[in-house]
Design a protein around this ligand. Structure first.
Ligand code: NAP
Ligand code: COA
Length: 263
């Protein structure tokens, strides 16, 4: 008998932080298209409202709340609202992040703390609140990390430290929560075309080309590359996958490939 992957998320409930723009918004759209009920949080009420409307336009049940992921009580209240509205959480995605290029000797303590709090504490807050309200067994947790978690990077010490922490947090949760039938993974996108993150890290065409030259695949990725992977990670096809950092990076994870020779 042929085994066809099943990506039908009908009736499933998805809670997503930082899903009102960029990569994570596309993941939210993909889950909505697959039939899931989607609840999004981010700071801006306007971005939340626009994303909820977009998801409803995809035919999904959708809701959201304006929440700063750095506040545990606010995240906890949003998770409770999601569970009250839609039922226990089947998919949980922590995707919020902050980034700006700054040297370790130049940035303020508060600048460093802001990124640690948004990326790392925010991921803890989302997972910690959601684990109380998720489907056991069966729920799938995903954090969005970055190549900076494993590659040191100039002017990115804050992001490298935060995302390295996210990777370790994911792996620890996978070990602790597997016994309850929960899977915990991360997706690490490489440079993704047309996103806020790349606007900040590669603001000119010259810097962008230097960046591309270093990549094994010689191109930026797109938001669908990441959305498709997230859908798979939450599908039955990934039932045996936990504690994994899924690198969808065009080879960014491999190091500088700018001296590669064409065959
Ligand atoms: P983005 O468009 O700026 O998305 C960031 C999202 O997080 C927005 O929805 C933002 O909405 C929300 N957010 C920011 N601070 C928040 C906070 N304190 N509390 C709650 N929500 C908050 O970014 P992106 O470039 O698509 O990146 C998305 C994710 O992919 C990030 O985790 C990033 O580290 C990762 N990543 C991106 C790339 C890339 O090429 N772009 C590469 C590797 C990894 P509000 O402004 O409304 O809060
Ligand atoms: N270089 C150095 N320091 C910077 C900076 C920059 N480009 N931008 C902000 N900071 C510092 C601020 O000066 C402040 O430090 P201070 O109090 O010592 O002056 C600290 O960072 C916090 O800034 P603030 O604007 O109060 O933080 P915030 O919590 O409102 O915003 C940021 C968080 C700074 C990360 C902001 O860029 C943001 O909201 N980013 C979300 C979107 C994003 O980064 N997307 C890409 C994801 S990969």
């Amino acid at each position: 008998m042929t085994h066809i992957p099943n990506y039908d998320m009908s009736g499933k409930v998805c809670f997503m932080s930082g899903a009102t723009s960029g990569i994570n918004e596309q993941i939210a759209r993909r889950f909505a298209q697959a039939g899931a009920k989607v609840f999004v949080i981010s700071r801006s009420p306007d971005k939340v409202a626009a994303t909820v409307e977009m998801l409803k336009g995809e035919g999904a049940e959708a809701d959201g709340a304006s929440v700063d992921a750095r506040s545990f009580p606010d995240v906890e209240a949003a998770v409770a609202k999601c569970a009250d509205t839609f039922g226990p959480l089947d998919m949980i995605l922590a995707g919020q992040a902050g980034n700006f290029p700054a040297g370790a000797a130049q940035m303020s303590a508060n600048a460093f703390k802001s990124v640690i709090d948004i990326d790392l504490l925010g991921t803890f807050n989302v997972f910690r609140a959601a684990v109380e309200k998720c489907t056991k067994p069966g729920a799938s947790f995903i954090a969005i990390t970055a190549p900076q978690a494993t590659r040191p990077w100039i002017f990115q010490s804050h992001v490298c430290a935060a995302k390295a922490g996210v990777n370790m947090f994911v792996k620890c949760c996978a070990m602790e929560w597997g016994i309850s039938g929960l899977r915990v993974n991360a997706i690490s996108p490489g440079p993704i075309e047309g996103t806020e993150g790349m606007e900040r890290l590669a603001p000119t065409e010259e810097v962008k080309q230097q960046y591309i030259e270093q990549l094994a695949l010689k191109a930026f990725g797109n938001r669908d590359d990441i959305a498709d992977a997230a859908l798979w990670l939450c599908s039955p096809g990934a039932d045996y996958v936990t504690g994994t950092i899924l690198e969808i990076e065009g080879g960014c994870n491999l190091g500088d490939a700018s001296t590669a020779m064409k065959l």
